[in-house]
Design a protein around this ligand. Structure first.
Ligand SMILES: [Ca+2]
Length: 308
């Protein structure tokens, strides 16, 4: 498993995962639960009735259940009880700076400036804690109610401690791991990737090698279209075909942080330009307990409660 850049804590975690086989899940989830009523998932699709309330750059993900058997991780059950809106792309470097610059004059602080190759490429080198704070800043900037609080006070700096999340607030937040995977699968059931069971450089920005039978790319190594520029070899967001929900880069480009409450393991999902095909799988969870871990390979996208 080729993954780098999220600090010693994550490196140690990964070492354990690799030692026991890279298909072992480091945390429990709802997999292997009985299939509710024996029903298959109802494919989600944009709801025309609420389309007007979906903000630019987001799409509506309908509530539903995706139940199946992953080729590598086995039985799973992803139950999304409430519809939500999700950024169709990773947060870009330009969007990150726009909100961060506003935040800097409105009571927010960040431990690091983050980074990005170009405006339309994803932001990278952002920690989980900074992404949470950025979500709050984006909410306030757009007149929405921030989701994250520390002691009932809006979280605006890393020094305030780990936040709680209000899932009923109107603002932006990180997706839960269940929401992220449900969205990544894009309505397909029991598939390894958002589009099917094999991967090539035609479908995603990642590091290809012959270590996995399902990596059938005729080109190997870093993506040939994006490795000739300057480091890092990210691609502009949305450079590959979207999945069935209209979401781009749910596999590859940059890893994406997911929400986790205090005491739970945080995870980043979907692989990156430097990760191999194993990291790109919908069911793979890359775990990091450090809220301030950061790497050149990690970014995020946001979600909102639907109907706000
Ligand atoms: Ca991604």
């Amino acid at each position: 498993m080729r993954m780098r850049g999220f600090g010693m804590g994550l490196a140690a975690m990964l070492a354990v995962v690799v030692a026991h086989g890279d298909d072992k899940r480091p945390e429990k989830d709802s997999r292997a639960e009985p299939r509710p009523n024996g029903k298959q998932m109802q494919p989600a699709s944009p709801a025309a009735s609420s389309a007007a309330r979906v903000r630019e750059g987001m799409t509506r993900i309908s509530a539903g259940v995706n139940v199946g058997t992953d080729p590598d991780f086995g039985p799973y059950s992803l139950n999304v009880a409430e519809p939500f809106h999700m950024d169709i792309t990773e947060v870009t470097w330009a969007k990150w700076r726009e909100v961060r610059d506003w935040a800097a004059t409105n009571g927010y602080t960040f431990a690091d400036m983050g980074a990005g190759k170009e405006d339309a490429h994803p932001v990278q080198r952002v920690s989980w804690h900074e992404c949470v704070i950025w979500c709050n800043a984006r909410s306030e900037k757009e007149g929405l109610v921030p989701c994250y609080t520390v002691g009932a006070v809006t979280c605006r700096t890393p020094e305030e401690g780990l936040p709680d999340c209000s899932f009923t607030a109107s603002g932006y937040r990180l997706p839960t791991a269940i929401e992220w995977e449900y969205a990544a699968r894009g309505g397909l059931v029991s598939k390894r990737f958002p589009w099917g069971d094999t991967v090539t450089h035609e479908q995603a920005n990642y590091f290809s090698w012959d270590g996995y039978a399902y990596d059938v790319s005729p080109t190997r190594g870093a993506h040939p279209k994006y490795k000739n520029g300057t480091y890092p070899y990210t691609s502009p967001v949305g450079a590959f075909a979207p999945n069935g929900f209209g979401l781009y880069d749910m596999a590859g480009n940059v890893w994406e942080w997911c929400w986790a409450p205090k005491g739970a393991s945080r995870c980043i999902r979907g692989g990156s330009w430097d990760a191999d095909a194993g990291g790109l799988r919908c069911g793979y969870r890359n775990v990091s307990d450090g809220p301030n871990d950061r790497g050149d390979y990690g970014g995020f996208r946001t979600v909102r409660r639907a109907g706000q």
